[in-house]
Design a protein around this ligand. Structure first.
Ligand code: NDP
Length: 247
């Protein structure tokens, strides 16, 4: 498969879960991947999976919410690869609790990683994309940003914010051949959802029309579609990959 042959991709939160699956699926489709993660160990693990597919990979330990860390990473990316074709802003966290109990830190931490992190990487790399007159930006939102979810006011706000952010940037960059889209996953089997108790999981499953959680690969395949030739005329779109949950 060569949908992304010789493209250079930057995937944040690539250390595990959905981001790792995206990095691997991109590599299977011919891309070289900068694997950005909070911890070096996880970034390195994904980079070695990418190399096993005979593509180039660079592990980068970066806090996406930290401007200096992001700028240093982008300098390194440009000095190593000289160009970037695809940016996936996937790094995300939850700090779930009811709004009446939510601390300032619960709010700020989620906003900083989920929303500011996407802003910082997008700002830095959109200059590169504009010079190239080409680029694909894919932001990983959530069904919670569309429907809301009790206990996730901070998380839902960050993901809804990501939709407005993406549509605005899509409008700013469309004339330069750059697309910006959101993938809104439903419930996907990763570390993030492994904390759910068995009865909560059953309740959620009963609300999903397809009656099952998705896999990280379901999201990764949607990302390949948006990043490749098939997605070249799609921008400002929110693609739900959720077994019908948000329809
Ligand atoms: P995981 O918790 O499994 O993985 C999150 C990844 O993000 C990890 O690699 C982690 O790094 C990285 N990360 C977290 N904070 C930072 C940071 N500040 N800087 C850099 N990297 C960071 O999550 P998922 O794979 O489940 O989720 C991925 C994305 O998909 C998130 O944006 C999430 O909100 C979204 N999503 C997930 C759903 C689900 O059901 N799983 C549903 C809807 C949306 P490290 O490995 O180094 O700790």
């Amino acid at each position: 498969m060569s949908e992304l042959l010789n493209n250079v991709a930057v995937v944040t939160g690539a250390g595990r879960g959905i981001g790792k699956a995206i990095a691997i699926e991109f590599a299977k489709n011919g891309a070289d991947v900068f694997c950005v993660s909070r911890t070096r160990e996880n970034a390195e693990s994904t980079a070695s999976d990418v190399r096993a597919l005979e593509r180039r990979a660079w592990p980068l330990a970066v806090d996406v919410g930290d401007i200096e860390s992001v700028n240093a990473a982008v300098d390194k990316i440009m000095s190593e690869a000289g160009r970037v074709d695809i940016l996936v802003n996937n790094a995300g966290i939850t700090r779930d609790t009811l709004v009446m109990r939510m601390s300032d830190d619960d709010w700020d931490d989620v906003m900083t990683t989920n929303l500011k992190g996407a802003f910082l990487f997008t700002r830095a790399l959109s200059m590169v994309f504009v010079k190239q007159r080409a680029g694909r930006i894919i932001n990983i939102g959530s069904v919670a940003g569309i429907m809301g979810n009790p206990g996730q006011a901070n998380y839902s706000a960050s993901k809804a914010g990501l939709i407005g952010f993406s549509k605005s940037v899509a409008r700013e960059l469309a004339s330069r051949g750059i697309t910006v889209n959101v993938i809104a996953p439903g419930f996907i089997d990763t570390n993030m959802t492994s904390k759910l108790g068995e009865s909560v999981r059953k309740d959620i499953q009963a609300r999903i029309p397809m009656n099952t959680f998705g896999s990280p690969e379901d999201i990764a395949k949607a990302a390949v579609f948006l990043a490749g030739g098939s997605g070249k005329y799609i921008t400002g779109h929110v693609l739900s990959v959720d077994g019908g949950l948000a329809m």
